[in-house]
Write a protein that binds this ligand. Structure first.
Ligand code: ADP
Ligand code: ASP
Ligand code: MG
Length: 450
């Protein structure tokens, strides 16, 4: 079997859904499991409706709910000009009622727990897949019967063993050459049946999990770009598709903000040794990226990515001098507060580290104040240069620094075994930095790709 995952823009409207149906039909001999995101902007709208309800504005929330349902009904009517089949009509009505009820509950209590948010967010994928499965005339499976997760709402972790057993039970019997099975990305459920989500952009992760659980031959991520490009094309229009990428490079790019893949996607695929391909739904026979374990040689720099805003903490203490165990006790504080650190640079009496902008810092800072002074720089961004052979290729780092000559670099990180060189800059400098780096490393006259 294969997994075909289509993102929100690929199922935005009836025209898009017809295109996707044609691609799935073409792939029927390969026994496709079709994993869909919510239609474009739907998850954002559901979040907005939930927050509107939380603020007590029930009328505003219900208006958003109605708009969403109208849009989905419109897609269904467009796909079924002779009349929406009663089963689909009823499924849509039930989802609309469920959303309405959830929003009323939130508005009544002025309380939006992560658990309620997940229940509300799940409506998006359930709507898109109901419509698409009806259009294709294929089996629809509720991902919540398969994707068993822990109870960390909003960012749930899958329980892979249970998930595999459930996938064999609920998905495998329906899969086979000549037919497709349609299910949702992004959503799952706890053992007690509470709806969870895998975090924003999590449908890619779902696709990899299904693929690994079912031993797929290929995990295909269909989106709105011709694969993974040398940089986000919205920032650098000159960005070029990359034909082959190693798992390590892809994981690094995703972790450093290349939105084209959810950061956790790669891991189940690596463990199962399944190639992941990233393809353009509108240009199915165009260029695409294959991500495999093989290390690609001869290319010092593969791609650029940025992540921001992030916050830089600089911890300074005279105790660091000649004292063993200082870093250990410092990181214990971070671990106690469950705050994850991305980049680190140390000097004689100070350590700089980066954390997510929304990390809860107050309590952490209080604990740190006990043994060090802490400087905080907010609204920073990480600009990452990723390549398997980066550190082996003389002259590349020089070219990177040359490109950054007009930009103030506040922190640098490049580990001995790392395949990325990262700069921390002010958030507003991130885009100019990417453009300058891209021009120096990938565009005409640059030798970096030789
Ligand atoms: P989907 O809805 O299909 O999951 P996303 O919007 O999540 O699509 O991801 C695709 C988008 O990722 C692209 O439109 C592009 O703007 C962005 N992106 C960021 N970095 C890269 C990159 N290096 N290569 C390709 N796309 C990238
Ligand atoms: N629909 C979800 C989101 O927008 C998941 C996804 O598209 O991957 O975050
Ligand atoms: Mg995505």
């Amino acid at each position: 079997m294969i997994v075909m995952k289509f993102g929100g823009s690929s199922v935005a409207d009836a025209t898009c859904m017809r295109e996707v149906a044609a691609l799935v039909t073409e792939a029927l001999p390969a026994a496709p499991l079709v994993v869909l995101s919510a239609t474009a902007k739907t998850t954002d709208t559901l979040f907005q409706a939930a927050r509107t309800a939380e603020a007590g504005d029930l009328a505003g929330a219900v208006e958003l709910q109605r708009g969403l349902m109208l849009r989905h009904r419109g897609i269904a009517q467009d796909l079924f000009p002779q009349g929406v089949p009663p089963a689909l009509d009823q499924a849509l009505a039930e989802l609309g009622d469920e959303l309405d009820l959830l929003l009323r509950g939130v508005a009544l209590l002025h309380e939006l727990s992560p658990r309620s948010m997940d229940a509300i967010a799940s409506i998006g994928e359930r709507l898109s897949t109901r419509i698409f499965a009806a259009h294709l005339g294929s089996v629809w499976v509720d991902a919540r019967t398969v994707v068993r997760t822990d109870g960390v709402h909003g960012n749930a972790q899958p329980a892979f063993k249970e998930l595999t057993a459930l996938a064999r039970q609920h998905l495998a019997p329906n899969l086979g050459a000549g037919r497709a099975v349609v299910t949702q990305g992004y959503i799952g459920a706890t053992a007690s049946g509470l709806t969870t989500t895998l975090g924003r952009g999590g449908s890619d992760y779902s696709a990899a999990l299904y693929g690994a659980a079912l031993g797929a031959a290929d995990i295909q991520i269909w989106t709105d770009v011709e694969g993974v490009l040398t940089c986000d094309p919205r920032v650098v229009p000159e960005a070029q598709p990359i034909a082959e990428l190693s798992f390590a490079e892809a994981a690094e790019l995703a972790a450093f903000g290349a939105k084209v893949l959810h950061p956790a996607t790669i891991q189940p695929a690596v463990e199962a040794g399944i190639p992941v391909t990233v393809r353009h739904t509108r240009r199915p026979h165009g260029r695409f990226t294959t991500i495999t374990a093989a290390v690609i040689t001869g290319r010092p720099v593969t791609a650029l990515a940025q992540r921001g805003p992030i916050t830089v903490l600089t911890v300074t203490s005279a105790h660091m001098l000649n004292q063993s165990g200082f870093l250990a006790s410092l990181f214990q504080v971070f671990s106690r507060h469950k705050i994850s650190v991305d980049l680190i640079a140390t000097a004689e009496v100070s350590v700089s580290l980066t954390v997510d902008a929304d990390a809860p810092l107050d309590a952490l800072l209080e604990d740190l104040a006990a043994f060090a002074t802490v400087g905080i720089a907010r609204d920073r961004a990480i600009v990452a240069i990723v390549g398997e052979r980066l550190k082996l290729t003389p002259g590349v780092t020089g070219r990177c620094f040359g490109a950054m000559r007009d930009i103030n670099i506040e922190m640098i990180s490049m580990g001995a075994n790392e395949i990325n060189l990262s700069f921390v800059v002010r958030q507003e400098d991130a885009k100019p930095a990417l453009r300058a780096l891209h021009a120096a490393l990938f565009e005409a006259g640059s030798e970096a790709r030789s």
